[in-house]
Write a protein that binds this ligand. Structure first.
Ligand SMILES: Cc1ncc(COP(=O)(O)O)c(C=O)c1O
Length: 415
């Protein structure tokens, strides 16, 4: 038998039928009129923001990386609680504009921006985190054509990476950002070109559970920002220190000690070079803010045996939740936190592999796990599903119905 990942604290102690934000999954399914669905409990996201604020130095701003969960209600909720939003495309920019976000606090990073996306960002007053010299030249030209001073920062490809991160985004040849040694020259061109030069975006990796590694990458980012500022001869208005705060997904993952990260960051900021004294620092987080607030719920359609192995076949799978199936950035396939949602806390009596309806062996939500006896019609919950769930999945694959998404807040379903 294989272990499952740790069920987030808000759900771990529940008995009987799982509730999300106080509402039973069968009630949620009835209200939505279908399974599978993703449910996001916004009160849990609020609690994460509060924890961040308590742990981090007051001067550090918090941005929400919309790519983690672009549901409009999630965006509207988190944009009120955080200091800004991070975009990865023109499509996300349109979404946050439509949600009424303050676009002066929105930044847009991502290699390969189209002219239309650059134009949209500049005309809305969002900050472009430039990923190359070519992109910088296009942004300056588009700003001039529009008669708008573009807000431009340089995304730096640092020589270091966030150690132990699930996805490293620095420390070598990367499609992201401009190699650190070329940044001063580019920043000088932006300043001379009349841009509103904002500063640096230094994103060295994602999904780290190691507070010391995050603290070290933040310390190194602050030191790098100071060196670059000296080389440019001008202080950056802002330095985005990236993010990388991970959440536990699989059996040996331990929650990140955010308080320890906060203490180290206070220390690094207190020791920073004087050139950065008026610089605004920010951290951009996606999964840590919303990941554990989301649950994916599917219903069991079949119970079948093959060569003595039990398969619970559900109506949900990798087409809605690629990450839980182990096919989104996981090298060794390990089980997410998964439970029979109709029977939380019940004694495990059998072992089962939980699969989806797709005709591919990749479509597996959990392999060989201990479960209470589950029958057709029971619900299966996949926890830690609030980030990189539906929007990071191949929803058109095999033309099954798309999962619904529902948001719960204050014990009520909210729109
Ligand atoms: C530039 C940038 N910002 C923010 C994020 C969000 O990361 P996470 O959801 O792990 O916090 C990512 C993830 O890849 C990223 O590339």
């Amino acid at each position: 038998m294989k272990p499952v990942g740790p069920i987030p604290a808000a759900f771990a102690k529940q008995q009987g039928e799982l509730t999300i934000g106080g509402i039973a999954v069968s009630e949620l399914a009835a209200q939505i009129g279908q399974t599978p669905f993703f449910a996001y409990d916004l009160d849990l996201a609020t609690a994460q923001v509060e924890r961040f604020r308590a742990a981090m130095p007051d001067e550090v701003h918090l941005h929400f990386a919309v790519k983690a969960n672009p549901h409009p209600t999630v965006i509207k909720h988190l944009m009120k609680l955080t200091d800004g939003l991070d975009m990865a495309s023109g499509g996300e920019l349109e979404r946050v504009r439509d949600c009424g976000a303050n676009l002066a606090h929105v930044s847009f990073a991502g290699p390969g921006k189209r002219d239309q996306e650059i134009e949209l960002a500049i005309s809305l007053g969002a900050t472009l985190n430039l990923e190359s010299e070519n992109e910088a030249a296009r942004a300056l030209a588009i700003g001039e054509r529009l008669g708008v001073t573009p807000r431009l920062a340089v995304r730096v490809n640092p020589d270091f990476e966030l150690k132990g991160s699930g996805m490293s985004m620095g420390g070598g040849a990367k499609p992201f950002g401009v190699d650190q040694e070329r940044v001063p020259e580019l920043a000088k061109i932006l300043i001379a070109g009349g841009a509103d030069w904002r500063g640096f975006h230094i994103y060295s990796g994602s999904q780290s559970l190691d507070p010391d590694a995050i603290a070290e990458s933040q310390r190194a980012s602050i030191a790098l920002a100071a060196d670059l500022a000296h080389a440019i001869g001008e202080a950056p208005k802002s330095v985005n220190l990236g993010g990388g705060f991970g959440i536990p997904y699989t059996a040996n993952d331990k929650p990140l000690d955010v308080e320890s990260v906060g203490k180290s960051l206070s220390h690094s900021l207190s020791e920073r070079d004087a050139i950065l004294k008026d610089t605004q620092f920010m951290i951009e987080l996606g999964r840590w803010l919303i990941g554990e607030a989301g649950v994916y719920v599917a219903q069991i359609l079949d119970r079948k045996l093959s060569k003595g192995e039990l398969f619970l076949v559900t109506d949900g799978g990798m087409h809605h939740h690629l990450a839980a199936s182990g096919n989104f950035g996981m090298v060794m396939k390990r089980n997410y936190p998964v439970a029979i949602a109709s029977k939380m806390g019940a004694e495990a009596v059998e072992s089962a592999t939980i699969v989806g309806p797709l005709c591919t062996p990749l479509d597996r939500l959990a392999a060989d796990i201990a479960v209470p006896r589950a029958k057709i019609g029971d619900y299966v919950a996949v926890f830690a599903s609030g980030a990189y769930g539906l929007s990071a999945s191949p929803v058109n694959f095999l033309s099954h119905p798309i999962a619904s998404e529902i948001v719960v807040k204050g014990g009520k379903i909210t729109i």
